[in-house]
Design a protein around this ligand. Structure first.
Ligand code: PEP
Ligand code: MG
Length: 359
Protein backbone atom coordinates (compact mmCIF):
# COMPACT_ATOMS: atom_id res chain seq x y z
CA UNK A 1 0.00 0.00 0.00
CA UNK A 2 1.53 3.32 -0.94
CA UNK A 3 1.86 5.84 1.92
CA UNK A 4 0.22 8.97 0.60
CA UNK A 5 -0.65 10.87 3.74
CA UNK A 6 1.36 13.51 5.62
CA UNK A 7 3.75 15.87 3.86
CA UNK A 8 3.60 13.83 0.70
CA UNK A 9 -0.16 14.20 0.52
CA UNK A 10 0.07 17.95 1.22
CA UNK A 11 2.61 18.41 -1.55
CA UNK A 12 0.36 16.54 -3.96
CA UNK A 13 -2.62 18.70 -2.96
CA UNK A 14 -0.60 21.83 -3.71
CA UNK A 15 0.43 20.40 -7.05
CA UNK A 16 -3.13 19.53 -7.97
CA UNK A 17 -4.26 23.09 -7.25
CA UNK A 18 -1.88 24.43 -9.86
CA UNK A 19 -1.69 21.94 -12.65
CA UNK A 20 -3.74 22.24 -15.82
CA UNK A 21 -3.02 18.85 -17.38
CA UNK A 22 -4.72 15.73 -16.12
CA UNK A 23 -2.58 12.80 -15.06
CA UNK A 24 -3.55 9.32 -16.12
CA UNK A 25 -1.77 6.01 -15.88
CA UNK A 26 -0.56 3.23 -18.12
CA UNK A 27 -2.02 0.10 -16.53
CA UNK A 28 -3.54 -3.16 -17.64
CA UNK A 29 -4.22 -5.11 -14.44
CA UNK A 30 -6.78 -4.29 -11.74
CA UNK A 31 -3.95 -4.28 -9.15
CA UNK A 32 -1.96 -1.67 -11.09
CA UNK A 33 -5.10 0.38 -11.71
CA UNK A 34 -5.86 0.38 -7.98
CA UNK A 35 -2.35 1.39 -7.08
CA UNK A 36 -2.32 4.14 -9.69
CA UNK A 37 -5.57 5.52 -8.30
CA UNK A 38 -4.02 5.61 -4.82
CA UNK A 39 -1.20 7.62 -6.35
CA UNK A 40 -3.78 10.01 -7.78
CA UNK A 41 -4.25 8.83 -11.37
CA UNK A 42 -7.36 10.38 -12.88
CA UNK A 43 -7.93 7.70 -15.50
CA UNK A 44 -6.14 5.22 -17.70
CA UNK A 45 -4.32 6.72 -20.64
CA UNK A 46 -3.08 3.41 -21.99
CA UNK A 47 -4.37 -0.05 -21.24
CA UNK A 48 -2.20 -2.31 -23.39
CA UNK A 49 -3.97 -5.55 -24.25
CA UNK A 50 -1.04 -7.62 -25.57
CA UNK A 51 -0.05 -9.08 -22.22
CA UNK A 52 -3.55 -10.36 -21.59
CA UNK A 53 -3.03 -12.67 -24.54
CA UNK A 54 0.14 -14.24 -23.12
CA UNK A 55 -1.73 -15.75 -20.19
CA UNK A 56 -0.85 -19.46 -20.02
CA UNK A 57 -4.52 -20.48 -20.22
CA UNK A 58 -5.07 -18.40 -23.34
CA UNK A 59 -1.94 -18.79 -25.40
CA UNK A 60 -3.09 -21.83 -27.37
CA UNK A 61 -6.33 -20.06 -28.38
CA UNK A 62 -4.21 -17.02 -29.29
CA UNK A 63 -1.96 -19.17 -31.45
CA UNK A 64 -5.00 -20.76 -33.03
CA UNK A 65 -6.32 -17.27 -33.76
CA UNK A 66 -3.09 -16.34 -35.52
CA UNK A 67 -2.37 -19.63 -37.27
CA UNK A 68 -5.88 -20.70 -38.31
CA UNK A 69 -6.23 -21.26 -42.04
CA UNK A 70 -9.42 -19.26 -42.45
CA UNK A 71 -11.76 -16.82 -40.85
CA UNK A 72 -13.88 -19.60 -39.36
CA UNK A 73 -10.85 -21.02 -37.54
CA UNK A 74 -9.98 -17.56 -36.25
CA UNK A 75 -13.54 -16.93 -35.11
CA UNK A 76 -13.60 -20.24 -33.20
CA UNK A 77 -10.46 -19.19 -31.37
CA UNK A 78 -11.79 -15.69 -30.71
CA UNK A 79 -15.01 -17.12 -29.27
CA UNK A 80 -12.84 -18.90 -26.67
CA UNK A 81 -11.01 -15.66 -25.87
CA UNK A 82 -14.05 -13.38 -25.60
CA UNK A 83 -15.24 -14.30 -22.06
CA UNK A 84 -11.80 -13.79 -20.55
CA UNK A 85 -11.22 -10.57 -22.43
CA UNK A 86 -14.60 -9.29 -21.25
CA UNK A 87 -13.63 -10.18 -17.66
CA UNK A 88 -10.30 -8.31 -18.09
CA UNK A 89 -12.11 -5.11 -19.03
CA UNK A 90 -14.90 -5.53 -16.53
CA UNK A 91 -12.40 -5.66 -13.66
CA UNK A 92 -10.67 -2.53 -14.96
CA UNK A 93 -13.90 -0.56 -15.43
CA UNK A 94 -14.93 -1.55 -11.89
CA UNK A 95 -11.70 -0.30 -10.34
CA UNK A 96 -11.75 2.90 -12.38
CA UNK A 97 -15.35 3.66 -11.33
CA UNK A 98 -16.31 5.93 -14.19
CA UNK A 99 -12.92 7.62 -14.67
CA UNK A 100 -11.79 7.69 -18.31
CA UNK A 101 -10.30 4.42 -19.54
CA UNK A 102 -8.44 4.23 -22.84
CA UNK A 103 -8.13 0.67 -24.07
CA UNK A 104 -5.73 0.05 -26.90
CA UNK A 105 -6.63 -2.72 -29.31
CA UNK A 106 -4.03 -5.41 -29.85
CA UNK A 107 -0.55 -4.24 -30.87
CA UNK A 108 1.24 -7.58 -30.74
CA UNK A 109 4.73 -8.71 -31.24
CA UNK A 110 3.35 -11.33 -33.61
CA UNK A 111 6.56 -13.34 -33.50
CA UNK A 112 6.14 -13.77 -29.75
CA UNK A 113 2.72 -15.28 -30.29
CA UNK A 114 4.10 -17.98 -32.59
CA UNK A 115 5.28 -21.38 -31.35
CA UNK A 116 8.98 -22.05 -31.89
CA UNK A 117 10.17 -25.51 -30.86
CA UNK A 118 8.95 -28.81 -32.33
CA UNK A 119 7.53 -29.65 -28.92
CA UNK A 120 5.50 -26.41 -28.90
CA UNK A 121 4.16 -27.11 -32.37
CA UNK A 122 3.21 -30.68 -31.40
CA UNK A 123 1.49 -29.53 -28.22
CA UNK A 124 -0.43 -26.86 -30.09
CA UNK A 125 -1.43 -29.29 -32.80
CA UNK A 126 -2.92 -31.59 -30.13
CA UNK A 127 -4.69 -28.69 -28.44
CA UNK A 128 -6.35 -27.14 -31.46
CA UNK A 129 -6.57 -30.03 -33.93
CA UNK A 130 -4.54 -28.53 -36.77
CA UNK A 131 -1.72 -30.64 -38.21
CA UNK A 132 1.87 -29.76 -37.36
CA UNK A 133 2.79 -29.30 -41.03
CA UNK A 134 -0.03 -26.80 -41.54
CA UNK A 135 0.92 -24.91 -38.41
CA UNK A 136 4.55 -24.73 -39.48
CA UNK A 137 3.66 -23.53 -42.95
CA UNK A 138 1.43 -20.79 -41.52
CA UNK A 139 4.13 -19.76 -39.06
CA UNK A 140 6.61 -19.52 -41.97
CA UNK A 141 4.16 -17.35 -43.90
CA UNK A 142 3.90 -15.02 -40.93
CA UNK A 143 7.66 -14.89 -40.28
CA UNK A 144 9.07 -11.36 -40.34
CA UNK A 145 12.64 -10.13 -40.56
CA UNK A 146 11.77 -6.94 -38.74
CA UNK A 147 8.72 -7.51 -36.56
CA UNK A 148 8.86 -4.06 -34.94
CA UNK A 149 8.43 -2.52 -38.40
CA UNK A 150 6.05 -5.17 -39.55
CA UNK A 151 2.72 -6.78 -39.00
CA UNK A 152 1.91 -4.83 -35.86
CA UNK A 153 -0.82 -2.64 -34.47
CA UNK A 154 -3.62 -1.66 -36.79
CA UNK A 155 -1.98 -3.58 -39.62
CA UNK A 156 -2.96 -6.77 -37.84
CA UNK A 157 -6.46 -5.34 -37.42
CA UNK A 158 -6.62 -4.68 -41.15
CA UNK A 159 -5.54 -8.27 -41.93
CA UNK A 160 -7.72 -9.88 -39.24
CA UNK A 161 -10.55 -7.43 -38.42
CA UNK A 162 -12.30 -10.15 -36.42
CA UNK A 163 -9.65 -9.78 -33.70
CA UNK A 164 -10.50 -6.12 -33.18
CA UNK A 165 -14.18 -6.98 -33.47
CA UNK A 166 -13.84 -9.42 -30.55
CA UNK A 167 -11.94 -6.89 -28.46
CA UNK A 168 -14.45 -4.12 -29.17
CA UNK A 169 -17.29 -6.47 -28.27
CA UNK A 170 -15.53 -7.37 -25.01
CA UNK A 171 -15.03 -3.69 -24.17
CA UNK A 172 -18.65 -2.70 -24.81
CA UNK A 173 -20.14 -5.76 -23.11
CA UNK A 174 -18.01 -5.12 -20.04
CA UNK A 175 -18.73 -1.39 -20.04
CA UNK A 176 -22.50 -1.98 -20.35
CA UNK A 177 -22.47 -4.57 -17.56
CA UNK A 178 -20.54 -2.29 -15.21
CA UNK A 179 -22.64 0.74 -16.10
CA UNK A 180 -25.86 -1.22 -15.46
CA UNK A 181 -24.61 -2.71 -12.17
CA UNK A 182 -23.05 0.46 -10.77
CA UNK A 183 -25.26 3.17 -12.23
CA UNK A 184 -22.07 5.00 -13.24
CA UNK A 185 -21.63 6.62 -16.63
CA UNK A 186 -18.89 4.62 -18.37
CA UNK A 187 -17.47 6.20 -21.53
CA UNK A 188 -14.98 3.75 -23.02
CA UNK A 189 -12.19 5.16 -25.15
CA UNK A 190 -11.08 2.70 -27.81
CA UNK A 191 -7.63 3.36 -29.22
CA UNK A 192 -6.23 2.07 -32.50
CA UNK A 193 -2.43 1.62 -32.52
CA UNK A 194 0.25 2.35 -35.13
CA UNK A 195 -2.00 4.19 -37.52
CA UNK A 196 -0.24 5.84 -40.45
CA UNK A 197 -3.18 6.76 -42.67
CA UNK A 198 -6.71 8.05 -42.25
CA UNK A 199 -8.01 5.10 -44.25
CA UNK A 200 -6.65 2.55 -41.75
CA UNK A 201 -8.39 4.38 -38.94
CA UNK A 202 -11.63 4.75 -40.92
CA UNK A 203 -11.78 1.00 -41.67
CA UNK A 204 -11.11 -0.01 -38.08
CA UNK A 205 -13.35 2.66 -36.57
CA UNK A 206 -16.17 1.09 -38.55
CA UNK A 207 -15.36 -2.32 -37.05
CA UNK A 208 -15.55 -0.77 -33.57
CA UNK A 209 -18.75 1.18 -34.32
CA UNK A 210 -20.48 -1.92 -35.67
CA UNK A 211 -19.50 -3.96 -32.60
CA UNK A 212 -20.78 -1.16 -30.34
CA UNK A 213 -24.12 -0.98 -32.16
CA UNK A 214 -24.62 -4.76 -31.89
CA UNK A 215 -23.77 -4.89 -28.19
CA UNK A 216 -25.97 -1.90 -27.34
CA UNK A 217 -28.87 -3.55 -29.08
CA UNK A 218 -28.32 -6.87 -27.31
CA UNK A 219 -27.96 -5.20 -23.91
CA UNK A 220 -30.75 -2.70 -24.38
CA UNK A 221 -28.29 -0.10 -23.16
CA UNK A 222 -26.42 2.60 -25.07
CA UNK A 223 -23.19 4.22 -23.93
CA UNK A 224 -21.23 7.16 -25.20
CA UNK A 225 -17.77 6.12 -26.34
CA UNK A 226 -14.81 7.59 -28.17
CA UNK A 227 -12.66 6.08 -30.88
CA UNK A 228 -9.21 7.57 -31.24
CA UNK A 229 -5.72 6.72 -32.29
CA UNK A 230 -2.14 6.65 -31.23
CA UNK A 231 0.12 9.07 -33.03
CA UNK A 232 3.36 7.11 -33.01
CA UNK A 233 4.61 7.26 -36.59
CA UNK A 234 6.01 10.36 -38.29
CA UNK A 235 3.48 9.96 -41.09
CA UNK A 236 0.63 10.04 -38.60
CA UNK A 237 1.95 13.26 -37.06
CA UNK A 238 2.34 14.85 -40.48
CA UNK A 239 -1.12 13.71 -41.61
CA UNK A 240 -2.79 14.48 -38.29
CA UNK A 241 -5.14 16.98 -39.91
CA UNK A 242 -6.65 14.28 -42.07
CA UNK A 243 -6.52 11.55 -39.42
CA UNK A 244 -8.42 13.81 -37.00
CA UNK A 245 -11.44 13.56 -39.30
CA UNK A 246 -11.84 10.02 -37.93
CA UNK A 247 -10.60 10.48 -34.34
CA UNK A 248 -12.01 11.91 -31.14
CA UNK A 249 -8.65 11.75 -29.38
CA UNK A 250 -4.96 11.36 -30.10
CA UNK A 251 -2.46 9.80 -27.75
CA UNK A 252 1.17 10.40 -28.66
CA UNK A 253 3.07 7.12 -28.47
CA UNK A 254 6.46 8.66 -28.10
CA UNK A 255 8.26 5.34 -27.64
CA UNK A 256 7.55 4.31 -31.21
CA UNK A 257 7.60 7.90 -32.44
CA UNK A 258 11.14 8.26 -31.08
CA UNK A 259 12.18 4.93 -32.58
CA UNK A 260 10.78 5.72 -36.00
CA UNK A 261 11.91 9.35 -36.11
CA UNK A 262 15.48 8.70 -35.02
CA UNK A 263 15.66 5.34 -36.79
CA UNK A 264 16.91 3.82 -33.55
CA UNK A 265 15.53 0.54 -32.21
CA UNK A 266 13.92 1.12 -28.83
CA UNK A 267 14.81 -2.43 -27.81
CA UNK A 268 18.52 -2.12 -28.50
CA UNK A 269 19.16 1.57 -27.83
CA UNK A 270 20.22 1.06 -24.22
CA UNK A 271 23.19 -1.00 -25.40
CA UNK A 272 24.78 1.65 -27.59
CA UNK A 273 23.31 5.06 -26.82
CA UNK A 274 25.34 5.88 -23.71
CA UNK A 275 28.35 7.28 -25.65
CA UNK A 276 25.87 9.50 -27.46
CA UNK A 277 24.79 10.97 -24.17
CA UNK A 278 28.38 11.15 -22.85
CA UNK A 279 29.49 13.04 -25.95
CA UNK A 280 26.48 15.34 -25.76
CA UNK A 281 25.06 14.21 -29.11
CA UNK A 282 21.80 13.69 -27.29
CA UNK A 283 21.40 15.71 -24.07
CA UNK A 284 19.67 12.71 -22.48
CA UNK A 285 18.55 9.26 -23.57
CA UNK A 286 15.79 10.17 -26.05
CA UNK A 287 13.75 7.15 -24.97
CA UNK A 288 13.68 8.56 -21.42
CA UNK A 289 13.47 12.29 -22.02
CA UNK A 290 11.71 13.48 -25.14
CA UNK A 291 13.92 14.76 -27.96
CA UNK A 292 11.96 18.00 -27.93
CA UNK A 293 13.86 19.48 -30.87
CA UNK A 294 13.10 16.65 -33.27
CA UNK A 295 10.43 14.26 -32.04
CA UNK A 296 8.86 17.17 -30.16
CA UNK A 297 8.24 18.99 -33.44
CA UNK A 298 6.22 16.05 -34.65
CA UNK A 299 4.20 16.05 -31.43
CA UNK A 300 3.54 19.77 -31.76
CA UNK A 301 2.67 19.50 -35.43
CA UNK A 302 0.37 16.55 -34.78
CA UNK A 303 -1.39 18.45 -32.00
CA UNK A 304 -1.81 21.61 -34.08
CA UNK A 305 -2.93 19.87 -37.25
CA UNK A 306 -5.29 17.58 -35.37
CA UNK A 307 -6.92 20.44 -33.50
CA UNK A 308 -7.20 22.54 -36.66
CA UNK A 309 -9.52 19.81 -38.00
CA UNK A 310 -11.36 19.05 -34.75
CA UNK A 311 -10.97 21.69 -32.09
CA UNK A 312 -12.30 19.45 -29.27
CA UNK A 313 -9.76 16.70 -30.07
CA UNK A 314 -8.51 15.30 -26.75
CA UNK A 315 -4.73 15.09 -26.68
CA UNK A 316 -2.50 13.01 -24.45
CA UNK A 317 0.83 11.29 -24.32
CA UNK A 318 1.34 7.68 -23.24
CA UNK A 319 4.95 6.92 -24.14
CA UNK A 320 7.46 6.58 -21.27
CA UNK A 321 8.01 10.32 -21.62
CA UNK A 322 4.62 10.92 -19.99
CA UNK A 323 6.34 10.30 -16.64
CA UNK A 324 9.46 12.41 -17.29
CA UNK A 325 9.38 15.96 -15.86
CA UNK A 326 11.24 17.66 -18.74
CA UNK A 327 8.99 15.97 -21.28
CA UNK A 328 5.93 16.91 -19.21
CA UNK A 329 7.02 20.56 -19.34
CA UNK A 330 7.08 20.25 -23.11
CA UNK A 331 3.59 18.67 -23.13
CA UNK A 332 2.28 21.67 -21.16
CA UNK A 333 3.75 24.05 -23.74
CA UNK A 334 2.16 22.14 -26.60
CA UNK A 335 -1.20 22.22 -24.81
CA UNK A 336 -1.83 18.50 -24.30
CA UNK A 337 -4.83 17.69 -22.09
CA UNK A 338 -3.19 14.89 -20.13
CA UNK A 339 -0.07 12.86 -19.61
CA UNK A 340 -0.17 9.16 -18.86
CA UNK A 341 2.55 7.54 -16.79
CA UNK A 342 3.24 4.19 -15.15
CA UNK A 343 1.62 3.97 -11.69
CA UNK A 344 4.76 4.78 -9.65
CA UNK A 345 5.42 7.86 -11.80
CA UNK A 346 1.97 9.36 -11.29
CA UNK A 347 3.02 11.52 -8.30
CA UNK A 348 6.06 12.85 -10.17
CA UNK A 349 3.82 13.61 -13.14
CA UNK A 350 1.38 15.52 -10.89
CA UNK A 351 4.22 17.59 -9.50
CA UNK A 352 5.86 18.16 -12.90
CA UNK A 353 2.53 19.15 -14.45
CA UNK A 354 2.05 21.75 -11.70
CA UNK A 355 5.59 23.08 -12.08
CA UNK A 356 5.10 23.33 -15.83
CA UNK A 357 1.80 25.20 -15.44
CA UNK A 358 3.35 27.61 -12.95
CA UNK A 359 6.38 28.19 -15.15
C1 PEP B 1 4.49 4.08 -27.62
O1 PEP B 1 4.87 3.58 -28.67
O2 PEP B 1 4.91 5.14 -27.15
C2 PEP B 1 3.46 3.39 -26.81
C3 PEP B 1 2.98 3.94 -25.73
O3 PEP B 1 3.10 2.13 -27.21
P1 PEP B 1 4.01 0.83 -26.89
O4 PEP B 1 5.07 1.28 -25.94
O5 PEP B 1 3.10 -0.18 -26.32
O6 PEP B 1 4.52 0.49 -28.25
MG1 MG C 1 3.77 1.99 -29.59
Amino acid sequence: EPELAGDFGTLMEWADKHRRMKVRTNAETPADCKMARQFGAEGIGLCRTEHMFFDATRISAVRQMILAEDEKGRRDALAKLLPEQRADFQAIFEVMAGLPVTIRLLDPPLHEFLPHSDAEFAELSDAIGIGVDTLKRRADELHEFNPMLGHRGCRLGITFPEIYEMQARAIFEAACDVAIASGEAIVPEVMIPLVATKRELAILKKVVDQAAAKVFEEKGKTLDYLVGTMIELPRAALMAGEIAEEAKFFSFGTNDLTQTTLGVSRDDAARFLSPYVEKGIYPRDPFVSLDVEGVGQLVQLGAERGRATYSALKLGICGEHGGDPASIAFCEKVGLDYVSASPFRVPIARLAAAQAALA
